[in-house]
Structure formats: structure tokens, C-alpha cells
Design a protein around this ligand. Sequence first.
Ligand code: UDP
Length: 373
Amino acid sequence: MRILVVGAGFAGAVYARTLAEAGHGVTVIDKRPHIGGNAYDFADTNGVRVHLYGPHLFHTKLQRVIDWLTRFGSFIPYEHKVRAILPNGKLAPMPINLDTVNAVFGTGYSTAAEVEAHLARVALKIAEPRNAAEHLQSRIGVELTDLFFRPYTKKMWGFDLEDMSPSVVKRIPLRTDRVDTYFASDETQMLPRDGYTALFASMFDHPGIELGLGTGFSRDMLKQYGFCFNAMPIDEYFGFQLGDLPYRSIRFHVRTEMDGAAWEAPVTNFTDSGPYTRETNWDALPRHRVEATGRRTITREEPCDYRDNGMERYYPVKTADGRYQALYEKYRALAEAEPDMEFIGRCGTYQYLDMDQVINQSLAGAERWLKQQ
Ligand code: UDP
């Protein structure tokens, strides 16, 4: 069958490759001029590999995802670290761990048991947290919540912690030991050795796949195909007839610095209530220095509404009342009536998914579809 895949990010790449390997002819289009979706990276004029749409750090527990992805390139182990700037200008590990607690409270704890006892003392008793604020307060108390999560979440989402779903902050683990890696709960943390774009080039390198970059979707294309896997925003496909599904976007402020002191961690989070959430020093990530120039590249992130950033959609919004997920369900019901189309990926399914989850869902979805043929 001739199949159209809309979107050359992870979802589209997994569908395209899986269907091409099963003998179908696949055309992949993307309105952007490059492959890789939001994982796209490139070497800039400072000789540094930069992820154009913010840092993408791969982590997973899913062996099937690792087995699939490692077919398309070599990976290097990398355990991501983040530091948060405290009001006194000092850095502390993020996610919160034993050293973070000591830095904030001036304590001298050396065991997890002491930190657990401290957190149990400051935690509020909330049996069933209804929102992100209550979730955090029931685990780390008011002070740590207000320092590390309140201003950051407000600038990230444009909403207070009370308005956000607990699931948004549950992405961040809480540690009572000294482990200071961001994704410690996932056994596999790795980066594609030569970057994400090279990995995508290899995924799309199949005689059954044809790529059309810089090509937006239009309904009249469908006539030429037996089926369409569509990663475009589902509300846009339906002409926003039920209302918009909102997204947060990011303005990236990129600057060049002369090489200087090493950073404690590649990413620094800002706890203040200014406009920026975090900044990334790209050459502190392994193999991101591709050429010695004496300069480094740093990207600062300023979240905003996607309508204020050229409709660049990065993060689906999950409020505590689930109103946008309810709206998405209405669009999904409309989509059920389209027999030859399935919506895929972050924008097609309106979910805040990590890369491994997109790959996993897409592998399962492509296999399911192939079995039905
Ligand atoms: N968060 C926060 N302070 C931080 C880091 C994260 O308040 O220092 C909250 C914020 O609401 C954020 C969410 O936790 O949107 C998830 O953070 P994560 O680092 O997983 O976001 P991503 O890397 O996907 O942007």
C-alpha cells in the first residue's frame, strides 16, 4: 500500500521504517526543512552540536525501544545532570537529593534516613493530592515546593502549581541519597554518538521511504494514499472546530561565550521568577564539541504560549482539571470517523511524551496496523 506519514520526528520515523520494512511504500512529509522533529540537532559555527529545540536526553526502561533504536546508530552512555541556582547564587542538585536538602536548610545530613525524617517533618498531610502543589507539599513540604517548583512552573506553564496536574511534576523524582542524575530511575541513559539528526537519516534510509521536507499537509494529498499516519496537531487537522488545544512553546536565546570554567552540570535551572527556566551549555554534553574553536554555545529557554512563537508546539498542557485532555477526547472521537487515518505522536495524541514513550507507542501502533491488513 502507498502510505503517507505526516511528520519526520520520532513517531513518523518509527511508523515509516516499520511499514517500509513490511513492504509498504511510504512517503514522509514534514513542513520543516529538516528531519528529526524536535530532536533535530546540528553543528553550529562555534563547532558545537546544538539541539535546535532544546536538550533531548534519551532515557528508558524499555528494552524493546533500545533494541529497535540501536539498529540505526551507535550510542554512548550519558547520565544527565542538572543544577538549580539557589537565591544565594549557589548551585544545588536537581532533582532534590540529600545535598540539595543540606544546601537549602544548612543541615549536615549524611544518610537517607535523616533526609527522609526531615521531609516527613515538613511534608503536609494530604491524603489525595488534587494538583501539582498538593502533590509536592505532601512529599517535600511548602518551603522546597515554593523554592524549586513554584516560580519555575509558573514561568514554564503560565499556570500556578495549584492549576497543574500532579503528573507534570511527578516526572521529577525525589531522592534522599546523593545520586544526582536526572533520570536515575531509568537504567538506560544514552545519547546517539553522532547526534539525533544522523540517527534519523539512518532510520529514513530505506528504499521504501521517500522524504518530502518543507512540505505541509493538505487533504488533497490523501487521494494518492491508502492510509495516513498523521503527527500533525489534531485540532489543526479539524480546523479548530471544537476550539484550540494549547501548547507551551519556548523562545531559545542562544549566545556564544569564550571557553571558560567547566560547568557543574550541562543544564542549570533558574528558581527565580524571571522569564527564563533553564540554560544549556552544549559542549558539556559528551561528543557535542565537534570542532575546537575556543568558543562555546549556551542556550537559555524562555517559555511562552505557542501562539506567541509562530505556532511552534512543544508541550501539551495538562491542567489539574483535565480540561484540555477532555477537549482532545472530542477531537479523537471525530478522528474515529476517518477510516484511513490514525493520529500519532505528541501533537497527534496530545500527550506530554518522552522520546522512548513515543517510540514504544509507535512500534506498537505500527505492528497493530500491520496485523489488521
Ligand atoms: N519543574 C520545576 N522546577 C525544576 C524542574 C522542573 O518546577 O527545576 C517542574 C516544571 O513544572 C516542569 C516539570 O517539573 O515543567 C517537568 O520538568 P522536566 O525537567 O521533566 O521538563 P522538560 O525537560 O520536559 O522540559
